[in-house]
Design a protein around this ligand. Structure first.
Ligand SMILES: Nc1nc2c(ncn2[C@@H]2O[C@H](COP(=O)(O)OP(=O)(O)OP(=O)(O)O)[C@@H](O)[C@H]2O)c(=O)[nH]1
Ligand SMILES: [Mg+2]
Length: 235
């Protein structure tokens, strides 16, 4: 199954080349027809130009946006720019927190009838390496708050592939960091598979997650709960 994987970037020059190489190698070794769509928000460190240069050698293209517009909206714009023949669309961070080696299992899950494949830290075999306690607690609180919205265990995962058809007619809110939650709560994907992986801390660059994103998350949750109460989430 052809797929397009969106990687939103803001100042990821330190690791983006390595990530694209790693993804291309995984695609090739596993016979996968994947397209990488980097959505760069005019990173001052030149991430976008690096990706443009790599596009001659690797299955990657870069969407350039004029400034820092946010992760979720970046993923949505990347999906709009994906080649039309891709039957599945996905998202992944640029900082090697998400293990490229899990992608073949995600693609196979979609090929075997699942509508959604989520890279998951919270199923057996998955986990988080070296997160400070505070970060772990924040993540758990975020998950508990969203629990009634979906049966997916790693609700805050930003690493997933979904069938394009599952997004037909679905309005995705571009706010904040949690595009996964929009998809898990709203898309028409039928059965979901959670594929375990171990989340590792970024290998280069710095975090873009800040207090403002916690407020955005609460606003996002509020809007989804309102839709649910109004009965307009039909999944
Ligand atoms: N295009 C775009 N990408 C963004 C924006 N904010 C974050 N990103 C990217 O989204 C991905 C996730 O951001 P991170 O800073 O790694 O957030 P995080 O994983 O929650 O935090 P860390 O654990 O510190 O890495 C990375 O690939 C970022 O470069 C944005 O405003 N625009
Ligand atoms: Mg990260």
């Amino acid at each position: 199954m052809k797929f397009s994987l969106v990687v939103p970037t803001y100042n990821e020059a330190g690791g983006i080349e390595q990530l694209i190489q790693a993804l291309a190698a995984v695609f090739e070794e596993n016979g996968l027809d994947g397209e990488i769509v980097v959505v760069d928000d005019n990173s001052p460190d030149g991430t976008g130009a690096i990706v443009d240069r790599l596009a001659v050698r690797y299955p990657v293209k870069c969407v350039h946006r004029p400034g820092k517009l946010g992760l979720s909206s970046g993923v949505i714009d990347g999906w709009k720019a994906a080649r039309p023949e891709s039957e599945a669309l996905g998202a992944m961070d640029a900082d090697f927190s998400h293990d490229p080696k899990v992608i073949p299992a995600m693609v196979r899950a979609l090929e075997s009838g699942y509508g959604l494949a989520v890279g998951s830290r919270y199923v057996p075999g998955g986990g988080i390496s070296n997160w400070p306690k505070r970060r772990k607690i924040t993540s758990l609180v975020a998950i508990v708050l969203a629990k009634p919205l979906t049966r997916i265990r790693d609700i805050t995962s930003g690493f997933f592939l979904v069938k394009r058809a599952a997004l037909d007619g679905v309005e995705l809110d571009p706010i904040g960091f949690k595009i996964g939650l929009e998809v898990f709560a709203k898309a028409h994907y039928g059965k979901a598979a959670e594929i375990p992986y171990v989340f590792t801390d970024r290998i280069a660059g710095t975090s873009k997650l800040n207090q403002g994103e916690i407020v955005n998350y609460l606003r996002q949750l509020g809007r989804i709960y309102r839709l649910k109460l109004a009965g307009s989430l039909r999944r």
